[in-house]
Each structure stands twice: as structure tokens, then as C-alpha cells.
Design a protein around this ligand. Structure first.
Ligand SMILES: [Zn+2]
Ligand SMILES: [Zn+2]
Length: 158
């Protein structure tokens, strides 16, 4: 007999039920959250980066209010929350700045290291236009010029 197989089979695929993923800025991000969201977790290994991203995502990320002590150079040079060492130490020792292990760093620190370049103040050296005379050179030319003029003066005879 005609056994109808479930007419129209389930054509409609289940749509994402949990389309609304947790968003920490759902109710308007606070400046702190925005800052954390924009934060680049450089100088850390993949695992630490994920941990930090997770913290940011779930509003667990608390940025430092004051520098922390670096475990390597023992200076208060750590400016990133959860990092155990400062950037220069992590860069020098090629370690993850967060867990302190020699893991592969995802975003190298030296990539965006700001080089302190002393910029030469512009406007100090103004070139005077129309005053291109270079005295030294002219002196040399004058010597030859005198010789020439001597010859010429002798040619005045008719
Ligand atoms: Zn250090
Ligand atoms: Zn790490």
C-alpha cells in the first residue's frame, strides 16, 4: 500500500537556539570593559591568551591599577594584569609573560614594541631661498677668474 513516509520530512533545520552568546557589552559596555575588549594579549602563549580572552569575555578581567612586581627583574614594571613578568623580561627570555614558561608566544612583544626615537624638531633648519652662495667654492673660482682677466687685459692692443 501507499505508505506515506513522513510527509515533507523535516526540512527545517534547527536554527541556532542559542544565537545570543554571552556578550559582556550587551548592556552597554563600561569604559573598563571596552578597554579590556580592545586589549591585545601579546607576549603570552596560546593557553594564557585564551585564559585572558575568557576573562575579558566574562567580565573577569581586572586591569591593574598599579604596576606589579616582575618575577624576573623584581622591578615594578608589570603593567598588564595577570602577567608575572614585564615585557622586556619576557621578550629577552623568550618566555610567556603570564605563566612564565617557555611556550610559543602567539603575538610577539617585539612586534609592537615602541621604539623611542628622538624626533628632530622640525623648523629649526630653515633654508633660505635665494641665498645659495657657498663662500668657500667661490673663493676657488675667483683664482681662476683672475688669471683669465689678466689675459684679457693684454688683448686690448690693436
Ligand atoms: Zn622584568
Ligand atoms: Zn603562558
Amino acid at each position: 500500500m501507499s505508505s506515506q513516509k513522513g510527509s515533507g520530512s523535516r526540512a527545517r533545520a534547527q536554527k541556532f537556539q542559542n544565537a545570543t552568546a554571552f556578550k559582556n557589552d550587551k548592556y552597554g559596555a563600561s569604559p573598563q570593559v571596552k578597554k579590556a575588549n580592545a586589549k591585545v594579549h601579546d607576549g603570552v602563549c596560546q593557553r594564557c591568551k585564551e585564559i585572558l580572552e575568557w576573562k575579558v569575555k566574562y567580565n573577569k578581567y581586572k586591569s591593574l591599577t598599579q604596576p606589579r612586581k616582575c618575577v624576573k627583574c623584581l622591578q615594578k614594571t608589570v603593567t598588564d594584569a595577570y602577567y608575572v613578568m614585564c615585557r622586556s623580561c619576557a621578550l629577552q627570555l623568550q618566555l610567556c609573560a603570564k605563566c612564565g614558561k617557555s611556550e610559543e608566544v602567539v603575538i610577539p612583544l617585539d612586534k609592537k614594541e615602541e621604539v623611542m626615537e628622538e624626533e628632530e624638531p622640525k623648523g629649526n633648519r630653515r633654508r633660505k631661498k635665494g641665498d645659495a652662495h657657498e663662500p668657500d667654492e667661490e673663493d676657488d673660482l675667483d683664482d681662476f677668474g683672475e688669471l683669465d682677466s689678466d689675459c684679457e687685459s693684454e688683448e686690448t692692443e690693436k
